[in-house]
Design a protein around this ligand. Sequence first.
Ligand code: ANZ
Length: 762
Amino acid sequence: MDYQPLIIEKKWRQIWEESDLYKTPVRSQKPSYYVLEMFPYPSGQLHMGHVRNYSLGDTLARCKRMQGFDVLYPMGFDSFGLPAENAAIKQQIDPEAWTLSNVQSMEEQLKSLGFSYDWSREVVTCVPEYYRWNQWIFLKLHEKDLIYRKNGFVNWDPVDQTVLANEQVIQGRGWRSGAEVEQREIVQWYIRITDYAEELLQDLDTLTEWPESVKTMQRNWIGKSTGVSIRFPVVGSDETIEVYTTRPDTVYGITYLALAPEHPKVTEWSDADTKTFVEATKKVSKIDRGDDSKPKTGKFLGQYVTSPFTGEQIPVWTADYVLMDYGTGAVMAVPAHDERDAAFAKTYQLSVKQMDCVSKEEIIDLVESKGWGKKTINFRLRDWLISRQRYWGTPIPMLYDEAGEIVPESIENLPVLLPKDAVFNGQGNPLDKSPSFKTVERDGKTYRRETDTMDTFFDSSWYFLRFCDPKNTELPFDFEAANSWMPVDQYIGGVEHAVLHLLYARFFTKALRDLGLVSVNEPFKRLLTQGMVLKDGSKMSKSVGNTVDPGNIIKEFGADTARLFILFGAPVERDLDWSDEGVEGAFRFLKRVFRLVTEFSPVKSGFEVALEKICHKTIFRVTEDIERFSYNTAISRMMELTNFMTSHGTTQKANDILLLLLAPFAPFMTEEAWQLLGHVKSIHQTAWPKYDPGLLVDDEVTIVAQVNGKLRGQFVVPKGISQEALLALVKSDERVAKFLVDVTIIKVVFVPDKLLNFVVKS
Ligand code: ANZ
């Protein structure tokens, strides 16, 4: 029968939707399995990267359902963020209307691909039903002192006109806009992620099913360092300056002290010239200041400290490469052993003292016993800056009274809704200019509302918990419901989130656990970071102009072909190069299978056992391959089985097995063929086939025959054949026999089921 994907896919999409085929139970009864893909930003257009990500997850979800698990496989939209606001400025459309219409069109596209999401659990972060819980969580974290407000230098993205967290600055540029980041001093809201630094680091060891590379990136980002802080007395005063060093063994090589320009002592000791230097340096990004390839600059402060180790007087400088927010903001400089100190000393002709390092432990003991300082642990991780000067995000539920004191909004007043009267003219934060939003009257008192909104990474830090209980109106999610599904068994997404989203989500899970909301320590048990989709060697992207629209592929070949090509084209973690021939190949394969099973041609006599065996081997291998995400090899095994059936005929049972194994990969075609073969129940609700271990064993083996170690022939023989029987067979074969003429056989080496070697002499 002819394979007509467009008709088949339309038909089944409707039937599946009407029969609620993929509805998940409220709580899991059977063993549960939670498959999750990083939810998309609703740009309005699905791209091939999405198709790849979701095809991986859907195949696994379908397979797990057939294997008898209760599967939670939800989808939603990470729908706050700048593109909507930019669209509002450009086209004067309401960001909400713009976003929700994009959500709708993306839902349609996802449905057309046949992904088996339970849409009744959909989570859209920009609606009050979701973001009120962001506000609720914000207040709870604030109550626990895990959120605070502080004045400081922050990363400012001049294009997006907002601040960024450190994690969002990639090589000195904004993660979204790509603009060079500046430093600005403003009061902002922070989350105390550093309170969890040690646990976030330690628990990486429990994530045995995460890629090592992602864990390394997180370890480096957290950046634990063990060292000593040492106080140096200031000459002519009873004050001290404390430095942090990881190299106490170099204390006899110190030739100057360097303080960060923001250090309080620098403010105290600066003359006009130094002040100019300090102000200029504050504006330079921290990444540039720490960049080893950039020249180091500084100023002498006219002060000295005494080395407690030698009694020498040491000059005190301020230097750009010392950062205020690391350690103590002061460094003991050892140009003989530290490259940055050496570069600085060279520029300013400071002395370099060559010396031998002493033992670290010895100095630490000395420092601690004399009371000059103590062992210290430092982390590179900084508190997460979460306020943004934007409209299209969750309003921060805080008020300020007339004296400017912070007053948390009360839980009963949530949600704090985004106002409808905002004006989008591209100048500053629209919330700041919305009178209906900004001023609040309560009991005759006037309050000013916080106009910053939350970083959208806040939304995605706990959405996977909301999926466990998406309709809850009392709490963000129910404790039992969350525990029945969490942790996510398989999380799938791009590696670009290795530090950002994955670190924030891990932190949130721990913080929410400590609020008593959930009991797991880690959100994602197993992580897959899939490769990119390339075309002609570069990443498919609008700016390069090499995109292939999934919609067009579906219209031409059907969703099953798109999915199969994507899963067959490359191992999941590698980049996948788009190929039109590959797409056609996938289509031809589906067509062949459809013909094969619907135009039944019975197995040829003599091949019954071989067919049964290859079927069982294929079940075994495909099951294993899916388990380790080796989808491309799973598909090639099904292709081998198809070839065998095409050449030697088939049986009803073999047809069933092939369709069942292929069902998670090509859900539409297999469902149609399944029905045509006379089955009543959906193939997607049918149990995964089981293999008979007895049929996996090969009872034939290939034996190598050698003469004096040289290969002379190969023989397919029954397994366990005796030496005598094999000898008789081999000796009578012309390929070997001709080498045994006119020679004396000195010895015969026999390795059962493997080899027979004649050692001969002429
Ligand atoms: C003396 C020394 C000698 C150092 C030597 C290094 C090598 P990690 O491993 O990243 O923790 N340091 C300390 N605070 C700093 C700050 N606020 N800004 C810039 N640099 C700072 O690095 C710790 C080392 O970085 C410390 O050890 C200090 O220099 C420097 F041969 O002290 B060291």
